[in-house]
Design a protein around this ligand. Structure first.
Ligand code: MEV
Length: 432
């Protein structure tokens, strides 16, 4: 039976491993070996990883790949991507090469502000609350000076605090809705620290002024960042969209149709956007950023008008094909993992040590490129041809194919369609 335990976090790492393999894994010796195999021999490096989280028992690897040939605003980039899905890096590289010969990607950062809220309840008169808020607002800002002074020196900080009446939604519910500029930091800690100080000051000052108390429910940043927005675009003459087995204008029209479908049909939009996130998450992860925050914010943005829709758009106008994305991305290039994880440092160096704005543009491009590659396959050959070619190695590894077997089978499938059963039958044939 599965066991429970108290004080697990106090055990040594080796005791934790013993406990988990004994209580939860059937072949405990082999399981233990596997867990230990993924630990780093360099004790210092391993300790760094151990200390990222609690109860570390090993490391969980993802491949780190690089997609070269991205021309962004006339500068060349090789983009690092941490991802397990076979075809993503290959697709990004193909899209990058395609647009390299057609002027590359053009990007602009539209806005960079972030939001945090203090959620509270108050049972008194709103007008009195409003008056109190206006009086206390300078002190709310003043009391955060110790937190904000460094950020302010660099040009960021608190931009505004508003009082929002949410009583139509929930009885007695109000917010301090604050706007921040966090520059090159993702800013979660900065924003949350400011908010907790706002809450403290707001509640304490009210005690001698207001008749009814301020009840703080919580203080937290929002991962919905519609005003931390970046745009990436590609465009070229329709006739320059030459494709195998399809003439450029038919390809352009089918491509725009595919985007239009994702704009109107949520079932398609979710998959369409998932493909975009294949590119975005991979770069967000490689650069040590919070992919859960990005995912949450991006999908909320995709539904901002009340219906989930495509994050990318495309059109043909006066013989020009254009394809673009507008996406909210709260990213950091200082703080967090960016200065701790050795591979994150390498990834950022590969990208030329970008600031947050530059990284937003690179990540948006990775999303657009990924979507271009997916739609290009979907509207021409179908997705499976390329996908299964890349997946071939996974199937071979499932069957513990030797390097020699891999060579023979990869060679065979250069001219044959890859399906799971076809690969299995080739392996069986070879081993007979
Ligand atoms: C697979 O990971 C992503 C795609 O399904 C995206 C799409 O359909 O646009 C290929």
């Amino acid at each position: 039976m599965n066991a429970s335990i108290s004080g697990f976090s106090k055990l040594t790492k080796s005791e934790k491993i013993d406990w988990i393999v004994t209580n939860y894994l059937s072949n405990s010796e082999t399981a233990k070996q596997t867990i230990l195999q993924y630990a780093n021999d360099d004790d210092k490096l391993q300790q760094l990883h151990d200390e990222f989280i609690e109860n570390t028992i090993s490391n969980y690897y993802l491949p780190l790949g690089v997609a070269p040939n991205f021309l962004i605003n006339n500068r060349l980039y090789a983009i690092p991507m941490a991802i397990e899905e076979s075809s993503v890096v290959a697709a990004a590289s193909k899209a990058a090469k395609f647009w390299l010969d057609r002027g590359g990607f053009k990007t602009t950062v539209i806005s960079t502000t972030k939001i945090g809220q203090v959620h509270f309840t108050f049972s008194g008169d709103f007008n009195i609350l409003k008056k109190y808020f206006n009086t206390v607002k300078p002190k709310l800002i003043e009391d955060t000076k110790a937190i904000t002074c460094n950020m302010e020196k660099r040009g960021g900080g608190i931009l505004d605090i508003e009082l929002r009446d949410k009583t139509k939604a929930i009885n007695g519910y109000y917010q301090l809705h604050a706007t921040f500029e966090t520059l090159d930091a993702m800013g979660a800690n900065f924003i949350n620290s400011c908010l907790e100080q706002f809450a403290k000051t707001f509640k304490t000052e009210a005690e001698t002024i207001l008749e009814a108390p301020i009840n703080i429910v919580m203080s937290i940043l929002s991962n919905y960042v519609p005003n931390c927005l970046v745009r990436a675009e590609v465009s070229c003459k329709v006739e320059d969209l030459a494709e195998k087995n399809i003439d450029p204008s038919t390809f352009a029209e089918k491509f725009v149709q595919a985007v239009n479908i994702a704009e109107v049909e949520p079932y398609r939009a979710v998959t369409h956007n998932k493909g975009i996130m294949n590119g975005i998450d991979a770069v967000v992860l490689a650069t040590g950023n919070d992919f859960r925050a990005v995912e949450a914010g991006v999908h909320a943005y995709a539904a901002k008008d009340g219906k989930y829709t495509s994050l990318t758009h495309a059109k043909i106008e006066d013989g020009i094909f254009s394809f673009w994305i507008e996406i909210p991305l709260a990213l950091g290039t200082v703080g967090g993992l960016t200065s701790l994880h050795p591979l994150v440092k390498i990834a950022l160096e590969i990208l030329g040590k970008p600031n947050a704005k530059a990284l937003m543009q690179i990540v948006a491009v990775a999303g657009l490129a990924q979507n271009f590659a997916a739609l290009r396959s979907l509207t021409t050959t179908g997705i499976q041809e390329g996908h299964m070619k890349m997946h071939l190695m996974n199937i071979l590894n499932q069957f513990n194919a030797t390097n020699k077997e891999k060579d023979v089978i990869v060679n065979h499938f250069k001219n044959n369609t890859v399906t799971h059963s076809a690969v299995v039958s080739e392996i069986e044939k070879l081993r007979r």
